[in-house]
Design a protein around this ligand. Sequence first.
Ligand code: NOJ
Length: 535
Amino acid sequence: MTRSYVWWQTGVIYQVYPWSFQDSNDDGIGDLPGILSRLDYLQSLGIDAIWLSPIFPSPMADFGYDISDYVAIDPRFGTLVDFDRLLDAAHQRGIKMLLDLVPNHTSDEHPWFLAARSSREHPQRDWYIWRDPAPDGGPPNNWDSYFGGPAWTFDPATGQYYLHLFDPKQPDLNWRNPKVCAAMLDVMRFWLNRGVDGFRVDVIWMLIKDAQLRDNPVNPDWKPGDPPWLRQIKLYNEDQPEVHDVIRAMRAVIDAYPDRAFIGEIYLPITKLVHYYGPNLDEVHMPFNFQLLLMQGWDARQTREAVDAYEAALPEGGWPNWVLGNHDRPRIASRVGLAQARVAQMLLLTLRGTPTCYYGDEIGMRDTPITQEQVKDPQGIRSPGYSRDPVRTPMQWDAGPNAGFSANTPWLPLATDYAARNVHRQDVDPISELTLFRRLIVLRRSISALTIGDYHSLDIANPAIFAYLRTDHDQRVLIVLNFSATTHELDLSTIGATGEALCSTHLDRSGTVDLAKLAMRADEGLIIHLIRASG
Ligand code: NOJ
């Protein structure tokens, strides 16, 4: 039986961090016309959809994740006209556009919060989560903010605390209030009516909190120096049963429009994560799967276990996805080194399920050290050592001033290696990271076993190697990844006699390979088309 697939299943998603992609008006900050001017580049990558981190008016206490108007564009990034132009131009090139929906909290400068804060009696007071102080005058419960410090801030004018799971300038909305839900569904409709192709929804698993706001247990394994967000076990402020109802309400809005995607940002163990597909596949289309991003260390066995466990846990009909980088976590090339980052790209782009790539990873951008004085990220300010600025530095376009990102000093420092590591240079280099990225996407698109085929991991005695098959009808593709910096000769003759090398991470190999004596070089990944023995 031939199944049909929708674009967000067969496509590749590319995250653009608008602050850092391309500046068009020389203020040192990226913007929408800047992204428009780089659409040819995005198209040349072969990606299918762009996910834009928030572009809405914001005091920028959390770089756009603190929204003061959900239905407009921040002037730093442009206007609604610029937005429509960008959307239109992307669509003309066959590129979809996803927006970042941030429904858990607003800015403290959003009119809703200003109204709620104005008095205890205001009808919108209950749009946020207010509580009287504890008997000792302290916060109503022990919840920590993810950025460090308590999750409650006292409002002297009205004598109560408000809840903020992130920065004090990001008060949490009260999703138990149906008016909040209705207002946010209207926000979704506003952008869907404008033609956006869907949303990535920020911290969707946190929307509902325990009705009694009970204290979280303290994590017994936490020690000073560990990330602040791990200090408590988040029993009562995330992953509450009622959250699934609001997600279903959002999904109903998505389903009222043809062909839209609904992706949830959810950091949970796989067994819990998969519940967000919904019992009838009626919640998010894809709960982001962050396993590759969170893995401590980088080795073949652990990666295989992660992939196999995920494949096994997926509900019937639930479509998989993989994320290799985002604006919150260290970049892949810094985590595993440049050579293994190529292997990681091959993994991402040959696994079963939708890949999400982070801007700049395609040229091997690395985290840029930023001194504590230069830190802009609220997490880095509140929890020194945990700044996310290093992964958000400007895109490295060329060797010219400011890497071609801006005519002015960029808002965050540029990587010092930008003259050597940039798009312009890698574009014409037959063995660059960029060339590999494009090649992998071409293969993924042109070989149905890679686009939609099944996945089976292989038992390989060698602990440095992770190998798997992707199959569709009689098409079989073998992927062999060497996670080590040493060479290994493998005997894979049980899988077949010979195959045709389609792509090596070193970009220097083609032709027939003998599977009984497969020589894998250091840090090499290989995609092999298996040729069936005749007869
Ligand atoms: C998750 C986002 O990815 C992160 O950048 C942000 O700080 C928090 N949610 C709060 O919105």
